[in-house]
Write a new protein. Structure first.
Ligand SMILES: [Zn+2]
Lengths: 136, 418
């Protein structure tokens, strides 16, 4: 059987290298500003709340609720072809930030807004592991 | 120091500029033409419609998504000598904003008359749905927390706003399907619309799911075409062929609550109109209750609903009722997208919806009504299939442009006098 093309994967850069390194170790980490103590997602070089630049990495337990979602019935890329229909969701984490993810390990039609979810990890390639979420 | 200017600065250009010409090419799926050739045709038609010569046009604004030619060769092909031009990156929130930019360029003395166009082979060339060549692009920059999860097409990106709207307000698929039903009725009275077949709510909710809660018929067309409008000062408008559509007020490319990833901030079931509406109505000096015909961007059925709600045409959360109770249909209190819009007529990132409202304000929409001895349409106001689509005595129109829940532009136009 021919190789299935893998999904598009991120190309880590300076601000995000630590995030993807942690994901490969199956850890979800979030950025927190030392000046205003607020979390932000995704990672960047400056705090978008207060312009502070003293940002630290904090381990997240990866718990939250579904804020909203869609069920994609068409593959946006050949790498998703064997996954349709699949759920693209926005998770509101306990830390107060929202992040995009796929909601996996359940029937897409069972997903509901405000449903509790927890992080899980998908090895997309040997180098890249994607944080994903599944019903808690 | 306080500067006393004696007038509200947001309103000081009210009714001083106008759209005097409109033009388009045929809506097709497979134009067989370059975006340059289509743009030339649409701009030519708009200039002729205005009753101008190429030598009287000296400004050009165009927008694109990396999918079309630039404005300079188009101007050259038409023998236009430019004193000002600009090509910008943009989609559904561009045309209203560029009308404001054109006013600013003329006001600054950079040029006198500006043509704005959008040309796209949206079906046979680069497709908004991100299938084909775009999907294979490497993921980098700020795409790495969304594209890797399959968040790519416009449907996938926006469906989540409607999903949350359903949760917050109880809005239903059947309610927004009424937008497609209304626009299909309008398109059936528009000989140039690509899809002129009337559909029912059942047709929409029984069509296949593309990205829940959006069905196939909740999504707009992809077409190949070009569209153009001519903007000039009200003084020059007096020498043009038609009653001018005066620019009463414009807001351009408002971005709220923020645009890096709107789904992460603020209420997801609210669009930028909520934040932009005060500026729009203050600039125009009228309110939503004064408007006769709307052009709320219909990339999807729900985008029409959400914007009408957020710009204040009904209370927040009551958009589902507003779009399904007859108000937005021809013959209703305030018809929306009387051409059939992007859902039925064709798709050019918003210019077509401004063109339609200009024709409405001229009382001269291009339906099948007979032409009288004065060369103008003798409208019957019989809105049955194949009939009239002129809104009776239309005086004020609004266009609500959507580039996402977080990014929008809006325009109020008023019927002028000769
Ligand atoms: Zn901070």
């Amino acid at each position: 059987m021919a190789d299935t093309p893998h999904k598009p994967v991120p190309r880590p850069y300076q601000d995000t290298q630590a995030y993807w390194d942690a994901a490969r170790e199956k850890r979800l980490i979030l950025q927190r500003c030392r000046d205003c103590q607020k979390f932000q997602f995704f990672p960047r070089g400056v705090c978008s709340h207060c312009l502070g630049s003293a940002l630290e990495w904090v381990d997240s337990p990866g718990r939250g609720v579904v804020h909203t979602f869609t069920i994609a019935h068409r593959a946006p890329h050949p790498g998703f072809a064997n996954q349709v229909p699949f759920v693209i969701g926005i998770i509101e984490l306990e830390e107060g930030v929202r992040m995009m993810t796929n909601i996996v390990g359940c029937d897409p039609n069972s997903v509901r807004i405000d449903m509790p979810v927890k992080v899980t990890f998908e090895e997309a390639t040997p180098d890249i592991t994607l944080p994903q979420f599944t019903p808690a | 120091m306080t500067i006393e200017i004696g007038i509200d600065p947001s309103a000081y250009l009210r009714d001083k500029y106008a759209i005097v010409g409109v033009g388009e090419t045929t809506y097709t799926r497979g134009s067989g033409k370059t975006t340059r050739a289509m743009a030339v045709q649409a701009v030519r038609n708009a200039i002729l419609d205005a009753g101008l010569k190429p030598s009287q046009v000296d400004g050009m604004l165009a927008y694109q998504n990396g999918d079309a030619c630039f404005s300079t060769p188009v101007a050259g092909d038409l023998g236009i000598h430019l004193n000002f031009y600009m090509d910008i990156f943009g989609g559904g929130s561009s045309v209203e904003a560029l009308i404001g930019v054109a006013m600013g360029a003329i006001e600054a003395g950079m040029c006198k008359t500006v043509v704005i166009y959008r040309s796209m082979n949206g079906y046979s060339g680069v497709r908004i749905g991100w299938t084909g060549v775009r999907a294979a692009r490497p993921v980098e920059g700020d795409a790495l927390h969304n594209r890797v999860y399959g968040w790519t097409s416009a449907g996938q990106r926006y469906a989540m706003s409607f999903m949350r709207h359903m949760y917050d307000y109880g809005t239903t698929s059947e309610q927004v399907a009424a937008v497609k039903v209304a626009h299909s009725k309008h398109a059936s009275n528009n000989p140039k619309a690509l899809y002129r077949k009337r559909v029912t709510v059942e047709d929409v909710v029984n069509s296949r799911m593309v990205c829940a809660p959006l069905h196939l018929l909740d999504c707009c067309l992809e077409t190949d075409n070009a569209t153009a409008v001519v903007v000039t000062s009200v003084d020059r408008a007096r020498d043009c062929r038609h009653v001018p559509a005066l620019i009463a007020g414009v807001v351009g490319r408002a971005c709220q609550p923020r645009t890096d990833m709107h789904l992460q901030y603020g209420p997801v079931s609210t669009s930028v109109g909520h934040y932009a509406r005060e500026r729009l109505w203050k600039a125009a000096g009228v309110g939503p209750e004064d408007i006769d015909v709307t052009g709320s961007y219909d990339a999807f059925t729900f985008t029409t609903m959400m914007q009408l709600e957020d710009y204040g045409f009904c209370k927040k959360g009551e958009g589902g009722d507003y779009v399904s109770n007859g108000t937005i249909e021809l013959g209703g209190r305030r018809p929306n997208n009387t051409s059939g819009g992007a859902l039925c007529e064709g798709y050019t990132h918003g210019v077509s919806m401004v063109i339609e409202n200009v024709r409405q304000l001229r009382h001269d929409v291009d339906d099948s009504c007979p032409v009288g001895p004065d060369g103008h349409k003798q409208h019957t106001f019989d809105y049955r299939e194949g009939g009239c689509r002129q809104v009776k005595d239309a005086q004020l129109s609004t266009n609500l442009g959507w580039a996402g829940p977080d990014k929008g532009s809006a325009l109020v136009m008023r019927r002028g006098t000769r």
